[in-house]
Design a protein around this ligand. Structure first.
Ligand code: CA
Ligand code: CA
Ligand code: CA
Length: 432
């Protein structure tokens, strides 16, 4: 009886989402649903890197980390201090195709050094600065002026020169850069593999202390495409933290009375800290046309999204490694139904999900083995890219837009690691 009820609901979903039944692709065809995926493939085009910068000197060194050489226009990723008994550390999710970052050191005598942070099979990347190798060609004056807030970070480098609790800013995937979350939203059913039902662009900032510890997280989000008609909510769980680590949440948009929050802004009833960033993405959208599809149909409905800015203040300074890497554990809950969440593959659901949905329809989750949000053929509902990614046309299999997607997935991510930056050159995507 329950199965029958679900089947009816599913049928209604398909009608409501204005997809025709012809787009309900059979799981055994030769498209994404037919890929031969190994059980333990993690579907990640990126991995978390723990970056450490050390100084072989008595002096301190103010550190910046860039994605490429800043003298050639590289983007700032992280900043902090390294010195005696204090390494600079940051944790960031980095695309597999990126081989290195560049660290820059500002010495107190006005000199500057650069070192390369090389990425290999390990999750760690580190470099050592030696003051005798500092360049006398390039000079800076960031350390000569005063330190108004007396936090030992000179005003010229201190991002908060009048606040002795804060000093530095770090960004994921980088300052002025966006990462992407691409959702299919019919879980536990899988239909057309267009991964455009919701596109989220994110930028996470960490504000750190003069000792490189995190004090605040600022998340910035836009929703450039909606290829479905559900009123989805978007949230985030901090898997590594406990409830008491969070002091306050502000800037999130809650208008639908779908969820309850505690006094600190965290969602009530959760075992881990959960922030519902918006309880209905629709409230951030500005549509130019009627209809559900936003920027997913060539010549179809268009519009734009506000930038949602959410500030999460921690109860006290926290080691960056404890917090972990952005985008943490992001998820949507579907169409105002708080019990149906959709996460990245093998990310754990929150306390509020209805566990009876796992293992139904196309879902192959096996909570006992830590397997979540993969189909019975190990295909995910959500993709993450630490870049601004271009999504496929409405109802169009991701393989049509990205011809090397299947090769990458079937090789356990070994081949064609750059598939997601190489759409078919003849593909007329809705983003153009
Ligand atoms: Ca200062
Ligand atoms: Ca300061
Ligand atoms: Ca879609």
């Amino acid at each position: 009886m329950i199965k029958l009820k679900r089947t009816i609901y599913l049928f209604l979903f398909i009608l409501i989402t204005s997809c025709s039944l012809s787009t309900f692709i059979d799981i055994d065809n030769e498209r994404t649903g037919g890929l031969r995926i190994s059980e333990d493939f993690n579907w990640s085009i990126s991995r978390n890197r723990i970056i450490t910068v050390r100084v072989d000197s008595e002096e301190n060194c103010l550190v910046e980390v860039y994605d490429e050489d800043p003298r050639g226009g590289g983007e700032l990723i992280a900043s902090g201090i390294a010195g005696n008994n204090l390494d600079f550390k940051t944790v960031i999710n980095v695309a597999e195709i990126i081989e290195s970052f560049i660290a820059k050191c500002y010495w107190t005598d006005g000199k500057v050094s650069y070192e390369t942070l090389l990425f290999d099979e390990s999750e760690y990347a580190s470099c050592n600065f030696k003051s005798q190798y500092a360049s006398s060609e390039e000079l800076h004056n960031l350390t000569v002026n005063a330190d108004r807030d007396m936090d030992n970070i000179p005003d010229g480098f201190d991002q908060y020169p009048d606040d002795n609790t804060k000093a530095f800013r770090s960004f994921s995937p980088g300052k002025e850069m966006w990462g992407t979350l691409a959702f299919e939203d019919l879980w536990p059913s899988m239909t057309d593999f267009d991964y455009n039902d919701l596109i989220v662009y994110y930028n996470f900032e960490q504000i750190t202390t003069a000792e490189n510890q995190v004090l605040e997280i600022i998340g910035r989000f836009t929703f450039p495409a909606v290829g479905a008609s559900f009123e989805n909510a978007f949230g985030i769980q901090f898997d590594n933290l406990d409830l008491w680590h969070i002091d306050s949440v502000s800037g999130n948009i809650l208008k639908e009375n779908t969820i309850q929050v505690d006094g600190n802004g965290l969602e009530s009833g959760q075992a881990k800290p959960v922030v519902i960033l918006t309880d209905n993405i629709e409230n951030s959208l500005h549509r130019n046309n009627d209809g559900a599809m936003l920027n997913t149909v060539v010549g179809g409905g268009t519009g734009w999204s506000d930038t949602l800015v959410v500030r999460i203040t921690l109860a006290g300074p926290l080691e960056v490694e404890k917090l972990g890497a952005a985008p943490y554990n992001p998820f949507i809950f579907r169409d105002q139904n708080r019990t149906v969440e959709i996460h990245l593959p093998n990310d754990v659901p929150t306390t509020l999900v209805d566990h009876s949905n796992f293992g139904t329809f196309n879902d192959g989750s096996d909570p006992d083995k830590g397997i979540y949000y993969l189909t019975e053929y190990f295909v995910p509902w959500v993709h993450h890219f630490p870049i601004r990614w271009k999504w496929p046309d409405e109802s169009d299999d991701i393989i049509n837009a990205y011809p090397n997607y299947g090769k990458w997935a079937e090789s356990d991510g070994v081949e064609s690691k750059d598939w997601y930056v190489n759409p078919d050159p003849d593909y007329e995507g809705p983003w153009k």
